[in-house]
Design a protein around this ligand. Sequence first.
Ligand SMILES: NC(=O)c1ccc[n+]([C@@H]2O[C@H](COP(=O)([O-])OP(=O)(O)OC[C@H]3O[C@@H](n4cnc5c(N)ncnc54)[C@H](O)[C@@H]3O)[C@@H](O)[C@H]2O)c1
Length: 334
Amino acid sequence: MNSPQNCKILVTGAAGFIGFHLCQQLLDSGCNIIGIDSINSYYSTKLKEDRLKELNQHTQFRFIKLDICDKPKLDQLFKDEQFDYVFNLAAQAGVRYSIEQPYKYIDSNLIGFINILEACRHFPVKHLIYASSSSVYGNSENIPFSTEESCNEPVSLYAATKKSNEMMAHSYAHLYKIPVTGLRFFTVYGPYGRPDMAYFSFTNKIVNNEPIQVYNNGDLMRDFTYVDDIVQAIEKLIDLPFDTPEEKEKPYRIFNIGNNRPVKLMDFITTLEKHLGMAAIKDYRPMQNGDVYQTYADISDLEQRIGFKPSTSINEGLKKFIDWYKHYYHITIK
Ligand SMILES: NC(=O)c1ccc[n+]([C@@H]2O[C@H](COP(=O)([O-])OP(=O)(O)OC[C@H]3O[C@@H](n4cnc5c(N)ncnc54)[C@H](O)[C@@H]3O)[C@@H](O)[C@H]2O)c1
């Protein structure tokens, strides 16, 4: 992106956790962004509105409330704006919710995603970058998880939709030469995060002296990745040429973005307690349906291609999250 001021960028899911941070990062680099989001009520819409309030302080940011399932409106937007770069972060997120509300995943993650691909087909873009997920690895025992693996055994519908996105993107790169990069994010956390995720819901419960549910008796490991590391990696990927022999044939690729340092759930809870200055009441539970035992990203490809590796430790990242949390919710802990 030689002159970011002259580029038109679309970020879908801009009011979401990662979309918000990505917009902040790109705005700081001088980009012009149109952000869209349906502001669904999967979690607090106030949090989404507050993120948008921050983004709206930038003159180069414009928000449009739009559902990516609304094909006529999405096509019109692509036609009017002729985007250079598209970041598709809009999706129904969450593994557990996909058990209760499967059709929400089919709508946003499959119908919405094909609408994005079709729009990029008819109104060509320089690069489409979309969010996939570490959940595509299911309960793979090949640790660390490598993008070389076929990932054909998802253990949740959420994971199945993300794997489907990768295959749909592959077909469009092959058929229409749409330059497309899929990013498998590994448990992203940070300020303005997602209240449905453990780091956030545990914090809410600890602060309210309620028990936290520790699944699989705490015997789980996650490659927790700080959100700034994610958005820095994304920014570096924007102009990465499709220049490997395979990419020259079809402009398609996938990267893992993870911290590459899995943490035991119990160590994570201890770090959270330390930064909060409060002890958690622990309610030990068996493994949940759809959950995986561990995630661990092999990021050698990413490092080699963009010379970047996430560097925020869980201690540093959780401290930043807790500092934001106390400030946002006006909480003082004695
Ligand atoms: N946070 C993580 O740990 C993580 C891990 C792996 C993958 N991901 C993926 O990264 C992306 C961003 O995740 P996030 O954590 O910021 O989640 P998020 O829920 O905070 O953000 C997603 C946003 O998309 C919006 N949205 C949902 N369906 C939409 C639709 N049909 N049209 C328009 N907007 C819609 C939601 O309102 C929300 O604001 C998602 O694709 C998610 O699946 C996230």
